[in-house]
Design a protein around this ligand. Sequence first.
Ligand code: AMP
Ligand code: ZN
Length: 470
Amino acid sequence: MKLYNTLTRKKEEFVPLEENKVKMYVCGPTVYNYIHIGNARPYVIFDTVRRYLEYKGYDVTYVQNFTDVDDKIINKANEEHVSTDEIVTRYIKETFTDADGLNVKRATYHPRVTEEMDSIIEMIKVLIEKGYAYEDNGTVYYNTAAFKDYGKLSGKNIDELIAGASDRVSEDSAKKHFADFVLWKPKKEGEPGWDSPWGVGRPGWHIECSVMAKKYLGNSIDIHAGGEDLIFPHHENEIAQSEAANGCQFSKYWMHNGFITVNNEKMAKSAGNFFTVREISELFPYEVIRFFILSGHYRSPLNFSRELMQASQNGLERIKNSKKDAIYYINNCREIELKPDENLDDLNVYRENFEKAMDDDFNTADAVTAIYELVRHMNISVKNNASKTYMEAALKEFNELCSVLGILEKDEADADSDVDVALIEELIAKRAAAKKEKNFALADSIRDQLAAMGITIKDTRQGVQWSKTN
Ligand code: AMP
Ligand code: ZN
């Protein structure tokens, strides 16, 4: 299995630090608003990476934090005249609602910054002791000049940083170097604060992730991930902090997803060109949003539009119908045993293609194509009156591959839980009886009654099939 490592800028064979185990850290959101579909991309992508690693037999420990202290949270609390705690509690809940809707598995740990203050203070102390940080008037800065590998992830050198930084550093800053960044800052009026050796204050953003990764995964981890906007400065700074404090490589592999764009511009809260997952979920089911995100390679930009969402919905519908048809066929087919011209090995090619795609830096777009090919094969097999044994094997393959992508995992019965299955079956039986008696007027009126209930029926060789009208 190969993955693209931002650190080495090439695709590398994945070899975990410890056999069969993967330690993975994904930077989580700052919780002050609903997540937009750009934020949903790392959620879905790295959840799929995790699922594939688990499918391959790895025991994955997955950590995703919540940044629950930040200027944006404080501003939002002030705007609404409520506490930061209220804002944070609300948006963690809403984020989980969206992540659950997108079928993102819960992380092994979801640490929150405000609950990790002791460990944060501890790491800052170590950095000061080792000469990688200095204090000025209650503010602690990281001393980038002391870390000789600074810039190794982003490929930026210090000179470039100086050139680009002039507009980011205020005149009165006590920083020794343009690239130095804050580890601890003093509390201002109306802000939350914690006691520390440098006075009451709060941590900078970057130190949080270094601390939480260490606490829940250890000094060295296998995969660190996030959106590509985090490469610099966030991940560069995480490396500087963790490697200086712990004295060993922080993360072996660094993975970054590309942006979701709107008209080729990065979707961002600050740009105002964003669509929240919640508002999109009112137009398209969550599952379609997940399928849309998986339709492109995770490192390429993915343009968001209503048309592309509609195309994803149509594609997913095709896959769903195939599953439904296969289940119906299996439940009604009388030919049980494998036929002489059937060979279960014929099904291997789909899994092989799927794995080949996923082994090549998690190419979910090609993995979806492998599922489409299996869908075509299943449809043809139903038409050709395949045996029940063959169709069951095909459906099992199908279900396993879909569950690696986190799609179509809901039981069909669950999906139909809001309809009265018994009543539908009864009406279908009545309609069949009416047709048999050549009472076509009654048969048509029952069809209309079903349509009014939002149920579409289809006469097939295996009998009548029904589905919810889209
Ligand atoms: P934020 O809350 O802005 O820190 O973002 C949370 C996560 O979403 C980070 O991993 C970001 O890199 C990622 N992200 C933000 N905007 C986009 C976007 N338009 N496309 C893809 N990922 C994004
Ligand atoms: Zn982070």
